[in-house]
Ligand binder design. Structure first.
Ligand code: ATP
Length: 256
């Protein structure tokens, strides 16, 4: 059946997947009050890759944790795929974390006692998918990240770059509307960094929406938009106009 969206003219130019208004997170009080995130307004369009940079302690991780429902804001609004994340009950928030958001962390956070494929299928099982469907999806994702041959291995038998690719596959398990990556290449050498960046570029090409926190300017150069943070607030925003060719150029530069 044809829908209105089949006609390119009728397709919305850009749909906002994520937006925050006045997003604020404070820790402590009085003299020791820390404004980790301080009144942030952020809009991320569907299919966009946004990089967030800034000095250590400026609030990048806190921002990711808030928009992904890992942490609760002190004030402000978070809208993700049409839902008010900041108003969800704990139970609904837990479901959102499992199904709508995929997290990639610097330290991988894989379960070392589970095999690679078991790690990747776990979010789908927790979301209530049948073991057969979860395994099929995990196997497909491992093929996509180039690690089908490692399905039965334990994560400890893999290199850092391979572990991070497993973590990316796991993040995609429930087809999240948004992937959040916190220093995804922070623990990797340059060859492994390139592998992970290529993977993100493929996700980008496939229309995945991505927010990446990084200290590495070269990685930020592969995004559509770069946001600079300082003291909990956005201080600068640059649209990187190169598009796919620009991103591939940035990758080529990384390859030296
Ligand atoms: N659980 C917490 N309790 C108290 N203060 C916290 C807590 N989490 C973060 N902070 C403070 O909030 C501020 C922002 O921290 P955050 O980890 O978000 O920064 P960051 O930019 O991600 O830093 P890095 O680049 O070093 O990871 C810092 O001053 C930090 O000390």
């Amino acid at each position: 059946m044809r829908t209105q969206l089949d006609d390119p003219k009728e397709r919305p130019v850009s749909t906002t997947i994520l937006s925050t208004r006045g997003l604020t997170k404070t820790y402590g009080d009085g003299e020791s009050l820390v404004r980790a995130v301080d009144g942030v307004d952020l809009d991320v369009a569907a299919g966009e890759t946004v990089a967030v940079m800034g000095p250590s302690g400026c609030g990048k991780s806190t921002l990711l944790h808030l928009v992904g429902g890992l942490d609760r804001p002190t004030a402000g609004e978070i809208h993700l795929a049409g839902r008010r994340v900041d108003q969800l009950t704990e139970r609904t928030l837990a479901r959102l974390r499992r199904t709508d958001v995929g997290f990639v962390f610097q330290a991988f956070h894989l379960m070392d006692e589970l095999t690679v494929v078991e790690n990747v299928e776990l979010p789908a099982l927790l979301a209530g998918r049948s073991p057969r469907a979860a395994r099929a999806r995990a196997t497909e994702l491992l093929r996509r990240v180039g690690l089908a041959a490692k399905a039965a291995a334990l994560p400890t038998a893999l290199s850092g770059g391979q572990r991070q690719r497993v973590a990316v596959a796991r993040a995609l398990s429930n087809e999240p509307v948004l992937v959040l990556a916190d220093e995804p290449t922070g623990n990797l050498d340059s060859a492994a960094t390139l592998d992970v960046l290529r993977l993100f570029e493929e996700l980008h090409e496939a229309g995945q929406t991505l927010v990446i926190v990084t200290h590495d300017e070269r990685i930020a150069a592969t995004a559509d938009r770069l946001i600079s943070m300082r003291d909990g607030a956005f201080v600068d925003e640059t649209r990187l106009t190169g598009g796919t060719s620009g991103r591939l150029g940035a990758l080529a530069e990384l390859e030296g």
